[in-house]
Design a protein around this ligand. Structure first.
Ligand SMILES: O=C(O)CCC(=O)C(=O)O
Length: 289
């Protein structure tokens, strides 16, 4: 696969100022088509590797049609999703923007927002990261569809990565008001006038956002689906928090160690040239070592 992302100094400056940066043309048309074709089987429970993802928040035939569909850690279940979210360029861009020594995948997200589906509440990713140290994420959000504001694209509050961390939001899926938790956060940051930026970009573009940047997505009022593959990266140097627990992801902590096992949190890129050894053969469809 060709390199996906080449960072420029302008990208770095924009990210530092706004808490997010858009980079277009990171996926080819063939990669976009291949990834789109995986959504129906995955959400129907046909998992290519035989493994369930860590979170499977919408199941075909079981759940309400008007909910945004979400799978977390689709990379464990599907090699096409893995080829995107585990790409070395994703890790390198996330690490360089945060000045980390490298990046691991913390978690991926596969989001499917068909016409008529409801919002995801605005939140900060780092509110959910107390179980690791440093409790920081940097996220590469990649769209598989052209996005428009009325189609429930991702939206960011410009500059909100400089605000304090708020607690996890009260309702993530289908809140009545997706900005509900943003209002008190802005007030406690002393900000009364903030700008919400809906991301309107062609399919195959990405946005990298800081773990403190407030973001979410509203209803899809259009006639086309909006699908995304999202890599939530963490520092390659991250370790488990000694006492704070994620009810899902701390299952991967060994009893006698705070080290993050590369079987579950592989290193995508490190500045010394290291990348988890089994990643590329896994993506290519061979058995993991
Ligand atoms: O794609 C969306 O609607 C929201 C995704 C999100 O919350 C994230 O990438 O952190």
């Amino acid at each position: 696969m060709p390199g996906m992302i080449t960072l420029t100094q302008q990208h770095v400056d924009t990210f530092d100022r706004d808490g997010f940066v858009i980079i277009e043309n990171v996926l080819t048309a063939a990669q976009i088509d291949a990834a789109r074709s995986r959504f129906e089987p995955m959400f129907s429970g046909k998992f290519q590797t035989g493994l369930y993802p860590d979170e499977w928040n919408w199941r075909m035939g079981r759940d309400r049609e008007d909910l945004t569909r979400q799978i977390c850690n689709g990379w464990k279940s599907d090699l096409t999703i893995a080829s995107i979210v585990l790409h070395a360029d994703v890790g390198e861009a996330c690490a360089r923007l945060r000045r980390w020594p490298g990046a691991r995948i913390g978690q991926d997200n596969v989001i499917w927002k068909p016409p008529g589906t409801k919002p995801l509440g605005f939140h900060q990713d780092d509110s959910y990261n107390v179980w690791i140290e440093p409790g920081e994420m940097n996220t590469c959000w990649i769209t598989l569809d052209d996005t428009k504001a009325y189609q429930g694209t991702i939206e960011y509050v410009r500059g909100s990565h400089k605000w304090p961390i708020s607690p996890p939001i009260k309702q993530f899926h289908a809140p009545d008001d997706p900005l509900n938790d943003l209002y008190p956060a802005a007030a406690s940051a002393g900000v009364s006038d903030y700008e919400i930026v809906p991301i309107e970009v062609p399919a195959g573009s990405c946005v990298i956002h800081h773990g403190r940047t407030w973001h979410g997505s509203r209803d899809n009022k259009g006639e086309r689906p909006r699908r995304s593959a999202i890599a939530h990266c963490i520092s390659s140097a991250a370790r488990f928090h000694p006492t704070k627990v994620s009810y899902i992801y701390s299952r991967y902590k060994r009893a006698d160690s705070l080290e993050m096992d590369e079987s579950y949190f592989p290193v995508l890129w490190r500045e010394d040239g290291y990348r988890t050894s089994w990643l590329d053969s896994y993506i290519a469809g061979k058995k993991a070592a």
